[in-house]
Design a protein around this ligand. Structure first.
Ligand code: BG6
Length: 504
């Protein structure tokens, strides 16, 4: 049997992360119980938390350390139960044993004095699992309390969750606020897509194999489609989502991670800045959209009533905490062009939406068609494109579609697929994707985190679209919940003589 696949952290050296205190702001929130704690449980199982590791949770409630442990205990047990694996009591008790709670208001300076006293000069990773309006104020207070200052081995780092800003100006302002207190190498801007094994595998696939890179350019590739379709709607996040929309929620962050990893030049090493420099080059080379181009090359849509996976779904405007007159998009699609030597003339089509037919994230690369000449006198009409599909989730894998001769006296081509599925080759432990990211932040490796300029470059690309869509008269397409998206998005590709792949 193949070796179990572990996060790149353990593959890199399997040494426990250096001793430190993980200070979680917002420890009683959903993110902590759903993602951070399961990740810490896994790190504990894999032996990647050191003996000197501890957690200090900060929250406003009077839950107390014991109450918090109990609450997290039931959350972690259901996470493990869902995966069908045995619960590792020893691994979890190591996490629980080092977990403490501090009640306080993040705007109150006395909280930071208390945190300082608890840290007593130890290295610390501050994790901001709070509303985005608190990112700036918390960093500022950390600075005022002297908690951002590093002395000797006592490093200080801050993980900032998304959303990092809601447009270019607010992202720039937040970067200024953060960098007034911290050095860039102390800041870890989170994009959880980078924690996904299959996303990291894009680099391994492209640069760890000799056969693909020579094909990876305008000579061989016709266009690229990046789809992040979700079956879920807004769930209980109506307030956040209605103020945010599909574009802000998904595109400058998650979709652009996939986009830049596919389009970037080979980095000279996998050191954080080498990788992030190459990503920056791609974002900087995206052809800027003016207002007219933004309207012509981007489609927004909102879902109406329908059925998703057999479950009835109401109109978006009737979802809880959503305005009945909402003009927020739940779907966004666009065509982007990269003006550089590798990609000139190769459009990248991106789409993402909620309440779609099914959950699937894939990157599909369409290769140029073969010349027709050889099949001129046969039953073959026009050879279809070869597709290379990187399935990011679910059912992770990679497949190559090509034409093969249908057996029989006639020369006829049928479409066939050559596929690799992760689950057939590796025993993948159920994980949240946060394992690698937390481990990396503790070891100081920012490769899988976003630099200030990367974040701003992403916002810069979508800013004209945000502005065009903020106009009242901007068109808003509709699609039925459970469908593949609006007809307007189909027309975006049809106009170029292309079509979206089915969301399979
Ligand atoms: C989050 C968005 O960042 O990513 C959500 O806010 C979205 O709206 C989620 O559902 C998708 O992440 P994943 O890992 O479930 O594909």
């Amino acid at each position: 049997m193949s070796e179990p696949m572990r996060p790149k952290a353990s593959a890199r050296g399997a040494t426990p992360a250096p001793a430190c205190t993980l200070v979680i702001f917002g420890v009683t929130g959903d993110l902590t119980s759903r993602l951070l704690m399961p990740a810490l449980y896994n790190l504990s199982r894999w032996g990647l938390l050191s003996d000197g590791f501890s957690i200090l949770g900060i929250g406003r409630s009077g839950i107390g350390a014991e109450g918090l442990r109990k609450e997290l205990d039931s959350a972690i047990r259901s996470f493990v139960a869902e995966s069908g694996r045995d619960f590792d009591e020893a691994a979890w008790s190591r996490v629980v044993a080092c977990l403490d709670y501090l009640r306080g208001d993040v705007t109150d300076p006395s909280l930071y004095r208390e945190i300082g006293a608890r840290l007593a000069g130890r290295p610390a990773l501050f994790y901001l699992a709070v509303a985005s309006t608190l990112f700036g104020p918390i960093v500022q207070k950390l600075g005022e309390a002297g908690l951002a200052r590093e002395e000797g081995d006592a490093w200080r780092r801050v993980v900032i969750e998304k959303p990092f800003g809601h447009d270019l100006a607010s992202a720039q302002a937040l970067n200024r606020e953060v960098l007034a207190v911290l050095r860039e190498d102390q800041v870890f801007r989170m994009d959880h897509f980078l924690g996904k094994e299959t996303v990291q595998n894009i680099l391994a696939f492209r640069f760890g194999n000799g056969i693909f890179e020579p094909l990876w350019n305008r000579d061989r590739i016709d266009h690229v489609q990046i789809s992040v379709a979700e079956a879920v709607g807004v769930e209980r996040r109506g307030i956040f989502y209605d103020a945010t929309g599909a574009l802000r929620d998904m595109v400058p962050n998650h979709l652009f991670q996939l986009f830049t990893l596919i389009a970037m030049e080979p980095p000279i090493s996998f050191a954080a800045d080498d990788v992030r420099d190459r990503k920056e080059d791609v974002l900087a080379a995206i052809r800027p959209l003016d207002r007219e181009a933004a309207v012509a090359n981007a489609v927004r849509a909102q879902y109406g009533p329908g059925e998703v996976l057999g479950r009835p779904v109401v109109d978006y405007r009737q979802e809880p905490d959503v305005s009945p007159a909402s003009t927020t998009e739940t779907y966004a699609a666009m065509r982007l062009d990269i003006d550089n030597w590798r990609w000139a003339g190769v459009p990248f089509y991106l789409r993402t939406g909620k309440s779609m037919t099914r959950r699937t994230t894939e990157i599909a690369i369409a290769f140029r068609e073969a010349p027709l000449a050889l099949f001129r006198d046969t039953a073959v009409e026009a050879p279809a494109a070869n597709w290379l599909v990187l399935q990011i989730q679910p059912d992770e894998g990679i497949s190559l579609e090509f034409g093969a001769k249908v057996p029989g006296p006639q020369v006829k081509l049928g479409r066939v697929q050559m596929g690799f599925k992760y689950r057939d080759h590796f025993r993948v432990d159920p994980s949240t994707g946060y394992e690698t990211l937390i481990y990396d932040a503790m070891t100081g490796d920012a490769t899988l985190y976003q630099r200030a300029d990367n974040i701003e470059a992403g916002w810069r690309v979508v800013q004209p679209i945000l502005e065009a869509w903020s106009e009242v008269a901007a068109p808003m397409a509709r699609y039925a919940a459970g469908s593949e998206g609006p007809a307007e998005a189909d027309r975006l590709l049809a106009r170029d003589g292309r079509a979206w792949r089915r969301l399979s």
